[in-house]
Design a protein around this ligand. Structure first.
Ligand code: CP
Ligand code: NVA
Length: 322
């Protein structure tokens, strides 16, 4: 059975043609719309309803870093929406041999209907978006991972029934994941505490931005080094790898610096009894999280990973439908 967007009964937002570089460029209503649309598309897929608003459309997917979830969920997602995904490894395209981002953006805009890019510098994604005439989606930079955070918000709402007032405690490195979660939590009225060792704090500008967004939405965004206090009353415990892609040579030093920041059974017991455990994956069992926690009954990591597909289908539908 075919369907169309008219069946979507919740409040539409005009997002056509917009880039998705950071959640901070979106309003609370727009984020809530994307989460509702993701839930709707998830249900459609489970009911085997065919929904192809992107028939004939093509998404180019530039990867300068490795990926399992982002690549497969975008490629499968655009296919399910009727379109085509083209995997573009930076090793194979001319950008890897020095062709400028601006020229690449202009050329690809002549062929494609959207670009997803995973790279190092946030400025490179911004440069691509500046010169592209089609939507650019940030599939992870050193600063942000907004696609993951969108799926995470969908997952928390799915499990907890709401986002407003939920306490999310992120433990570990103040990294791209921390930053996107801080922005997402501030927009949706959550209480987020980022717990990191000294020297691995979140980016100060992002923290300031998240706090100022939080003030408008009744959210609370905090940073501390004190794990034990932070986890009291937590609804969600979240962690990520201690050494992100590009930081592999710091692995040994980081293992020492983060040894008191592991999410383990003892820590999970201090959170609310119905607290959930989240991780963007890939995980290093025995480092940032114990096997008992990530494979335990409070873990929602695979639901979270699946929601990447639904959240990104919502994003592509909103940004790329005519
Ligand atoms: N969480 C996430 O982005 O996973 P990949 O690196 O496998 O894409
Ligand atoms: N912080 C991690 C996230 C991986 C999805 C990294 O950047 O490697």
């Amino acid at each position: 059975m075919a369907t169309n967007t008219q069946e979507i009964h919740f409040q539409q937002q005009e997002l056509k043609g917009k880039d998705f570089l950071t959640l901070a460029d979106y309003t609370k209503d727009e984020i809530e719309y994307l989460i509702d649309l993701a839930d709707y598309l998830k249900k459609q897929q489970k009911d085997r309803v065919i929904f192809e608003p992107l028939k004939g459309k093509t998404l180019g997917m530039i990867f300068e870093k490795s990926s399992t979830r982002t690549r497969v969920s975008f490629e499968t997602g655009i296919y399910q929406l009727g379109g085509l995904g083209i995997f573009l490894s930076s090793k194979d395209i001319q950008i890897g041999r020095g062709e400028s981002i601006a020229d690449t953006a202009k050329v690809l805009s002549g062929y494609l209907d959207g670009i997803m890019i995973r790279t190092f510098a946030q400025e490179d994604v911004e440069e691509l978006a500046k010169h592209a005439s089609i939507p650019v989606i940030n599939g992870l930079t050193d600063l942000y991972h907004p696609c993951q955070a969108l799926a995470d918000l969908q997952t928390i709402k799915e499990v907890k029934g709401k986002l407003q007032g939920e306490k999310l405690v992120y433990i570990g490195d103040g990294n791209n994941m921390t930053h996107s979660l801080m922005i997402g939590a501030s927009l949706t009225g959550m209480h987020m505490v980022a717990v990191t060792p000294d020297g691995y704090t979140p980016n100060k500008e992002v923290l300031t931005k998240a706090k100022s967004i939080a003030d408008q939405h009744g959210a609370i965004i905090e940073w501390t080094t004190d794990v034990e206090t932070a986890v009291q009353g937590a609804d969600v415990l979240y962690t990520d790898v201690w050494a992100s892609m590009g930081q592999e040579e710091e692995q040994q030093q980081r293992e020492k610096d983060f040894e008191n920041y592991q999410v383990n059974e003892r820590l999970l017991e201090k959170a609310k009894t119905d607290a959930i455990f989240m991780h963007c994956l890939p995980a290093h069992r025995g480092e940032e999280v114990t096997t008992g926690v990530i494979d335990g009954k409070q873990s929602v990591v695979f639901q979270q990973a699946e929601n990447r597909l639904h959240a990104q289908k919502a994003l592509m539908t909103a940004l790329m439908t005519d």
